[in-house]
Design a protein around this ligand. Structure first.
Ligand code: DGY
Length: 415
């Protein structure tokens, strides 16, 4: 069957009616950034369904503006931790208590030309979500976005979080049963020590009633994430364009968005780590940098930041030269690199799409083509896996992944 039909079939099969699961089994609910990427995929063949995907996601927005990272549309005991563990009942639907990188505005901007009224209806929601980021995840106005849980970054077990999570007390978590490791190969999933910390941070959120101010004050884990900051900066720019182009978006203040953009542009430079010559995550509790760059560092172009263009290109070349397929999620020459272990080395199609789009916007079309071609080759060789080895193209994690299919469709539509 032609790949375009296979990709379409993956999205259709993971469609649960108004929202799409990342994959059947492992992730049985609606995940925030997975869902935005699903919309990008649906846009290639069913625009109405693409709109529905982002509308359903934003319907789960909390009154304080946060859009949760998981929306538990129905009960499903096959996933852990479910809504009873999160106890985050502040939104219109059962959900988790944290967010995820806000790619939605960028993808909605791509859809906007197909239905201006539908996009207008979402602008106030996007604006409220972005505003929430600045107050909840940057209470000191540094212009960098903190994550309060590794899951919030979407790049769960990235080595950037090893040191900061070491400060998390796991003595009170009690017994629990993971579901993920009975569904797929445990050697491609976060380990027990990491999972204990993930759960301890969920328990802390519950204790603090998911109050962002209390979490920002009391959580031992509060790390400025280069990936989150870049994605938000890009999303703010796309939101601003949509607001400026919409005569009906009178309830969203373009000048305020422009101020937020200026603040993020300024803040992003705080993440430049001269010792590594790359933008790096920064532990806001200790002031310690992540030990090296990661694929999140290469989102600077996606964010429209070109300050260190040549130095970052040199770092990207180093990554790519040390692997076979662009772009490893973690430094392939670092001792912690593992080519099949989740966010500690493998290639993720969604990261590749954002990096490639950013490079094309920065007029680096050869780089766009290299990353586009590697991503499509990986998928065509190894299927719609969750992620791939950058060394031997091995498919890893779950199979028939929505966002992998979506990115193939997006690249296919965008030569
Ligand atoms: C998981 O369950 O592993 C997810 O990544 C949490 O978002």
């Amino acid at each position: 069957m032609p790949v375009v039909e296979q990709a379409t079939q993956v999205l259709r099969a993971n469609d649960r009616g108004g929202y799409t699961v990342p994959t059947d089994g492992l992730y049985p609910f609606q995940w925030n950034w997975d869902s935005a990427f699903a919309a990008l995929g649906f846009a290639a063949f069913d625009t109405n369904r693409a709109w529905q995907e982002v509308e359903t996601l934003l319907e789960a927005q909390w009154p304080n503006g946060m859009v949760p990272h998981i929306v538990f549309h129905q009960d499903d005991p096959t996933y852990f931790p479910g809504p009873l563990v999160w106890q985050a009942n502040q939104g219109p639907k059962p959900s988790s208590g944290i967010t995820q990188p806000p790619v939605a505005a960028t993808i909605i901007r791509q859809l906007a030309s197909t239905d201006a009224r539908r996009s207008d209806g979402l602008l106030p929601k996007l604006d409220a979500w972005h505003r929430w980021f600045h107050s909840a995840r940057d209470p000191d106005g540094l212009g960098v976005m903190a994550i309060t849980h590794p899951w919030e970054s979407g790049r769960d077990n990235l080595p950037d979080w090893d040191q900061p999570t070491a400060a998390v007390d796991t003595s009170m978590i009690g017994d629990y049963t993971r579901r993920d490791t009975s569904l797929i190969d445990p050697s491609t999933r976060p380990n027990k020590e990491q999972y204990d910390r993930y759960l301890a941070l969920v328990q802390l959120g519950v204790e603090l009633e998911w109050d962002p101010a209390a979490i920002a004050r009391d959580s031992p884990f509060f790390v400025a994430d280069v990936g989150m900051t870049a994605v938000l900066l890009r999303a703010e720019r796309d939101l601003l364009v949509m607001v400026q182009e919409s005569p009906r978006a009178t309830d969203v203040d373009a000048a305020v968005i422009a101020q937020r953009i200026a603040n993020l542009e300024h803040g992003f430079e705080r993440l430049w780590n001269p010792a590594v010559a790359a933008y790096c995550s920064l532990d806001l509790r200790t002031g310690r940098w992540a030990s090296t760059a990661s694929s999140g560092s290469f989102l600077a172009w996606y964010a429209g930041v070109k300050t260190h263009h040549q130095e970052l290109l040199a770092e990207l070349s180093r990554y790519v030269d040390a692997a076979t397929f662009a772009v490893p999620s973690f430094d392939p020459e670092h001792p912690l690199f593992n080519h099949v272990l989740y966010w500690r080395g493998p290639v993720w199609a969604v990261m590749n799409w954002m990096i490639a789009v950013g490079l094309r916007d920065a007029d680096e079309t050869d780089w766009y083509q290299r990353i586009r071609s590697d991503t499509m080759t990986l998928i065509e060789t190894s299927g719609f896996a969750e992620y791939f080895s950058p060394i031997d193209a091995q498919p890893c994690g779950g199979t028939t992944f929505t966002w992998t299919a979506a990115i193939w469709l997006a690249f296919n539509a965008d030569p």
